[in-house]
Design a protein around this ligand. Structure first.
Ligand code: 16G
Ligand code: ZN
Length: 531
């Protein structure tokens, strides 16, 4: 077949280093950028096949998120803007690891297994972050797409969630919005402005927010968006990429893991600040108090704020919709208690990785999902959206209920439901704080986090650790969980777990306890049991 000759010719320009084995992990392929050229070519091929199979547009995003600038990565986006399915993750790994001479065989194998009509048209949306390696790697994806006769629209520099959004808009024929950056900004910002109309007398201080752009793509996009906000949100942007290095001593991952403020941000006591990560799909908030103490408001606090707000609206609207919060093992124990015992919302725990949370959240009318690291969003079922719309359009309801229905509609519109999105989450959080007239301190005081510590341990083979119960318990190596259990018993309000990382060659240790000293000691002791 003509295409295969082209694939064969082109692939010799993007050869695979013999023996190199990489895996499509939690968030796609991710490693040093120098090892990724052949991967990009092959992911161009695979995205084209996925498009032929689904008869829809598929996304390819080049980013390594919060990893250092020298790394890069790639992930595929399925038609509705979600992460690619597990079977195709498997194909991605097979294709990536085929030695040069076996590439066509593996490709044909996928075509046969999936019964793909190779002459079907194919469309791919491509995006990249600001890493210096991203430009040439994205050219290589283009080579892969064109080798199989696919069409590619290159969005250039975009955040990961923006590309997810574009793919969803395209495949829903514009029902979700326009597949353009302008469309994205105007949908989100219009909803934000409508929401803030429900906030009375916002002062300039309340409208002000400091944003740490992690020296990445999020900073560029916040700048682009600003004029759409019509001064309803005044952003002081730090770490905008003009001086500092991507993710270095800054960004959401740094702030969450180190539990300290990023460098490069001017923080005035009491003022709200937030940090994005390197591809702007995560956000955390924080402030320092008058004593200089740092306070972090992570994904758990965000989930609590959002779910409380939504639950209150549903009660006011008289809508009987089932709302749930989806978390992972990293969720602070205090957040889970607060949500279950005080808020009385359903809480689910899944394995780490957005796709797991996303799927669990889809089972409810309204599913709020957040990882403690700040990655998350809210999903509304079709039925929930319809009920809200019917209420908004019902001519016989009171003005109060009408207002609540419109609030819910604008809340839906400010949210990027395809994936966690720092920009969209920021607008939603700012709107909620404005509407509730709440300061960051009041938000923080909803519950008190249990002190916690995360450590990473380098081991010769992290795969010897196998977990169960949403990664909260280890089933191998034998005896390890029993040791962890006995260590945990030594401390009050303590909990700890270990899990192999899906993105780095390390084992992660998490511990929480009544005091920081206990959490630190427990994390340290547990890390010594990992070998
Ligand atoms: C990836 C995941 C993130 C998860 C992290 C865990 C996506 C889009 N991103 O960044 O959700 O928290 O991996 O990393 O799924 P780890 O397995 O190295 O701890
Ligand atoms: Zn990210």
């Amino acid at each position: 077949m003509a295409h295969f000759e082209e694939v064969s010719n082109q692939s010799s320009r993007h050869p695979k280093p013999a023996g190199l084995v990489l895996q499509y992990g939690t968030a796609g392929f991710r490693t040093n950028a120098k090892q990724l050229d052949h991967i990009m070519f092959r992911m161009g091929l695979l995205a084209t096949l996925r498009s032929k199979k689904t008869k829809a547009t598929i996304g390819v995003m080049i980013t390594a998120s919060h990893n250092p600038e020298e790394d890069n990565g790639v992930k595929l986006i399925d038609p509705m803007g979600e992460m690619v399915t597990q079977t195709w993750e498997g194909y991605a790994t097979q294709l990536a690891n085929a030695e040069q001479q076996d590439l066509l065989t593996v490709l044909k194998d996928i075509i046969d297994k999936e019964a793909i009509n190779v002459s079907q048209e194919a469309h791919v949306f491509l995006g990249k972050d600001t890493r210096s390696s991203s430009a040439s790697l994205s050219q290589t994806v283009l080579d892969g797409v064109s080798a199989l006769g696919g069409h590619c629209k290159d969005y250039g520099l975009v955040t990961t969630p923006q590309l997810h959004y574009m793919v969803c808009c395209q495949n829903t024929q514009g029902k979700y919005g326009d597949a353009t950056l302008e469309g994205y900004y105007s949908k989100l910002c219009q909803a934000f402005i409508q929401l803030t109309k429900n906030a009375s007398n916002r002062t300039d201080d309340q409208k002000h927010l400091s944003v740490d752009g992690a020296n990445g793509i999020g900073a560029l996009k916040v700048r682009e968006m600003e004029r759409h906000l019509k001064r309803e949100l005044k952003i002081s942007l730090f770490n905008d990429g003009t001086e500092g290095k991507l993710n270095h001593q800054c960004g959401a991952d740094f702030v969450k893991v180190q539990q300290k403020p990023p460098t490069g941000v001017k923080i005035n006591p009491g003022e709200r600040c937030c940090s994005f990560d390197g591809d702007a799909d995560r956000i955390v908030y924080y402030y320092t108090d008058s004593e200089g103490q740092f306070h972090l408001l992570d994904g758990d606090k965000i989930a609590t704020l959002i779910s409380t707000f939504l639950k209150e609206l549903l009660i006011q609207a008289g809508l009987d919709l089932k709302i749930a919060v989806v978390q992972t093992a990293y969720a602070n124990g205090s957040s889970t208690h607060y949500l279950e015992d005080t808020m009385k919302v359903i809480v689910r725990c899944t394995k780490t990785g957005v796709k797991h949370l996303h799927h669990a959240a889809q089972e409810f009318d309204i599913g709020v999902y957040f990882e403690a690291n700040g990655h998350g969003t809210v999903l509304f079922s079709k039925a929930a959206e319809e009920k809200i719309q019917q209420l908004a359009e019902n001519p016989n309801i009171s003005d109060g209920k009408k207002r609540v229905a419109l609030l819910l509609q604008n809340t839906i519109n400010v949210i990027n439901q395809t994936i966690g999105d720092a920009i969209s989450d920021m607008l939603l959080i700012e709107a909620i704080l404005a509407i509730k007239g709440m300061t960051v301190q009041q938000w923080d005081a909803i519950y008190a986090d249990l002190p916690n510590r995360q450590l990473k341990v380098r081991v010769s083979d992290r795969r010897v650790i196998d977990t169960t119960d949403a990664e909260r318990r280890a089933v191998s190596p034998p005896g390890m969980q029993e040791t962890i259990d006995s260590l945990v018993k030594k401390y009050r309000q303590a909990r700890s777990f270990v899990r192999p990382s899906g993105t780095e060659d390390v084992v992660r240790v998490y511990a929480e306890a009544e005091t920081q000293e206990s959490a630190d000691a427990l994390a340290h002791e547990v890390s010594l049991t990992v070998y």
